[in-house]
Design a protein. Structure first.
Ligand code: DQA
Length: 145
């Protein structure tokens, strides 16, 4: 079971800066994740919140809720949320960070991720495909363990 978390402003996908994030909506992204999960033989639960505390609570609860891995796009929290970093560091599930846009090709403040260092790795700039690759990685990792 994989938990897919999307952070602040990702509910605006589809209308938010379409030249950067594309024209597909969060609902489109979540149904793609569910269908990629079905192809991989894993159940996927998708959640979005623009509130840091909700994301932190979901990360804390993920293991006891039965999840085996987490895919997270923390949105702008990536760049400054030590609380989110500590939440990821403080639990034992493997976490993969995903960004739809290529953060390294954008403003310099987006080049910093305070969360990636406590994740297994980071995928950036591959659009929604990044979520698919993150789920494939987690599924391989879980089946190897
Ligand atoms: C983002 C990149 C962040 O810099 C930005 O604040 C977002 C979305 C991405 O998916 O490309 O909200 O995480």
């Amino acid at each position: 079971m994989i938990l897919v978390l999307n952070g602040p402003n990702l509910n605006l996908l589809g209308t938010r800066e379409p030249s950067v994030y594309g024209s597909d909506t969060l609902e489109d992204l979540e149904s793609m994740c569910e269908s990629w999960g079905a192809d991989l033989g894993v159940t996927v639960t998708c959640r979005q919140s623009s509130h840091e505390g909700n994301l932190i609570d979901w990360i804390h609860e993920a293991k006891s809720a039965g999840f085996k891995g987490i895919v997270i796009n923390p949105g702008a929290l990536t760049h400054y949320s030590y609380a989110l970093r500590d939440a990821i560091a403080g639990q034992s599930l493997p976490v993969v960070e995903v960004h739809i846009s290529n953060v390294d090709a954008r403003e310099s403040w987006r080049h910093v991720s305070v969360t990636a260092g406590v994740c297994k790795g980071k995928i950036s700039g591959l659009g929604f495909t990044g979520y698919k690759l993150a789920m494939e990685y987690l599924t391989d990792l879980l089946s190897a363990s």
